[in-house]
Design a protein around this ligand. Structure first.
Ligand code: NAD
Length: 521
């Protein structure tokens, strides 16, 4: 990386900016396409050496990283808070989740990555042994957003590195420092130089990265950027995993505990200032309990503390993001929506602060229901019954996750099965995306591929198969030359494998052996 940085860079800059004060407290030069190209070359060499190390050594690095993170968590939390403005609890949750990821992948890596051997399954192939190895892809590009600037990169980088890949991480231009700190901690834990390189920069740097010859790309971010990345990858036949936006439904059934549902949904939506891909963004409440639910939700929300500092719901990352949310709010109001509740804020003058707001009576065509809302705005919709709730929930271009709130778990699961999404939480929301052992990802415009869980580790490897015939001196029955004997042999073999009647099958099997193995040229 040092030699890469010596390459002259065009003076584009990205900043770590404090959303509370607006102060830019750290500035980095964005990595240019030339820097990116050079770093890919360095990463390729470093990856070969890293993948050649025994898995035990790679696990050792992750274990030291985990210890180091426990020790230095105070500094990490402080940095996340400074870069995002989020309250301490939320920064702490990020660190805790990363610790869980390091522990989980350390635990399952050996079982998942080991070679599998088995004897081939059909009688014709009985001589053969099959071995399947799970090899690293090589050099992986990882492009991440700003909302969980430590967790998002770590949740993908940890399994990818354990599998033996090198990772080139392009963090969001809004939060470069958290990723750089992640890189520093991993290096301090013993990760060799060049195996994880952080490339500060904006979309131009990200585009330069996907234009390189990478072995796989992982992208977390908006649908619009995801499409560009998918196109760039398609041109180069680079496989990619896309974790994109969502407009997750929460369905409140008539038998839900309404206190729990109101608190849970309010937390899920206003946690991280509403900037969570899997936050409940559209709430569908069956009419029987609609009024009671809205009353409880409104009570909860009007008691929240919001704004800056140690509050329940902090500032948004940039004034521009809050501006988009205001437009979505204004659009809903113009279309006849009303405000069901609004939390008091302690810094109304701060352009990054948007008061957590419950929106009622927004019509289906309102932007807040059709687009992703990435901030503390919560539309609640009255529906007739479960069926209408499911239909409205699925009436979205997105399909990331969903939540169902009910005391009847069998019924809630049945509702969950009808929802078009990648994961469903019952009587909770959001957290599945931060659980190390839970596969996570979306359907429809919310993306493709999976991260986290064993599935996330498998996304970092390609299976390579070896089919071994130890009978080196024996020809295969299906080789040349073709003629009546091989046709008859295969016909009989087909009857043996797939025919009816044990006796007839045995006769066919014996004929097949004679035709295929004896008297052939
Ligand atoms: P974004 O798409 O604007 O940016 C994401 C990253 O892509 C940034 O690092 C950015 O610099 C980079 N980028 C921008 N243009 C690029 C290009 N042409 N080529 C390559 N890289 C480019 O998203 P954001 O505003 O940072 O994040 C918010 C979005 O992320 C929301 O839609 C949210 O739902 C989504 N998100 C999804 C998940 C998930 O796991 N599904 C998690 C968190 C956030």
């Amino acid at each position: 990386m040092e030699s890469a940085q010596r390459i002259e860079a065009v003076a584009r800059a990205v900043e770590s900016r404090d959303p509370v004060t607006g102060e830019a407290w750290r500035t980095f030069t964005a990595a240019t396409p030339e820097v990116v190209r050079h770093v890919v070359i360095l990463a390729r060499a470093a990856q070969r050496e890293w993948a050649g190390r025994p898995l035990g050594e790679r696990r050792g690095v992750m274990e030291r990283f985990r210890r180091l993170l426990v020790e230095k968590r105070g500094a990490v939390i402080e940095l996340i808070q400074r870069e995002t403005g989020k309250p301490r609890v939320e920064a702490l949750v990020e660190v805790l989740a990363v610790l869980n990821f390091a522990a989980f992948y350390g635990k399952v890596a050996r079982r998942v990555l080991k070679m599998h051997s088995y004897r081939a399954g059909t009688v014709a192939m009985i001589r053969k042994t099959v071995r399947v190895t799970r090899d690293p892809y090589g050099v992986i590009g990882l492009i991440t957003p700003w909302n969980y600037p430590f967790l998002m990169p770590a949740g993908i980088a940890i399994p990818a590195l354990l599998a033996g890949n090198a990772v080139l991480l392009k963090p969001s231009e809004f939060t470069p420092s958290a990723s750089l700190l992640l890189g520093e901690l991993l290096r301090e834990a013993g990760l060799p130089e060049g195996v994880l390189t952080v490339l500060p920069g904006d979309g131009t740097t990200g585009a330069a990265l996907t234009a390189e010859k990478l072995d796989k790309v992982f992208f977390i971010g908006s649908e619009a950027t995801g499409r560009k990345i998918a196109l760039s990858c398609a041109e180069r036949m680079t496989p990619c995993v896309l974790e994109l936006g969502g407009s997750d439904p929460a369905i409140v059934l008539e038998d839900a505990d309404l206190d729990v549902a109101a608190l849970g949904i309010a937390w899920g939506r206003f946690f991280n200032a509403g900037q969570t891909c899997v936050a409940p963004k559209r709430v569908f409440v069956v009419e029987k309990v609609y009024d009671a639910f809205v009353k409880k939700l409104a009570e909860r929300v009007s008691r929240l503390r919001a704004g800056t500092g140690e509050v329940d719901s902090g500032p948004m990352i940039r004034a521009s993001q809050a501006g988009v949310l205001r437009e979505q709010y204004d659009d809903a109001m113009e279309r006849g929506a009303s405000v069901g509740a609004r939390a008091p804020v302690n810094a109304a003058e701060n352009p990054c602060v948007f008061a957590p707001t419950v929106l009622l009576n927004a019509p289906p065509e309102a932007r807040a229901l059709r687009e992703e809302t990435f901030g503390p705005l919560l539309p609640v919709v009255r529906v007739r019954d479960e069926q209408e709730a499911i239909a409205r929930a699925n009436d979205s271009r997105y399909g990331l996750s969903a939540s169902v709130w009910s005391r009847d778990i069998v019924r809630a699961e049945a509702v969950g099965r009808k929802l078009e999404c990648g994961s469903v939480m019952i009587n909770d929301c959001v957290f599945a995306a931060g659980m190390a052992d839970v596969p996570y990802g979306g359907v429809k415009a919310s993306g493709m591929g999976r991260s986290h869980g064993v599935a996330g580790l498998l996304e970092g490897v390609q299976e390579k198969t070896y089919v071994i015939d130890p009978w080196a001196g024996w020809r295969q029955a299906y080789w040349y030359s073709y003629g009546p004997k091989i046709s008859a042999g295969l016909e009989n073999y087909l009857k043996f494998e797939h025919g009816r009647g044990i006796f007839a099958r045995l006769v066919a099997g014996t004929r097949a052996v004679f035709a295929l193995y004896f008297g052939r040229d």
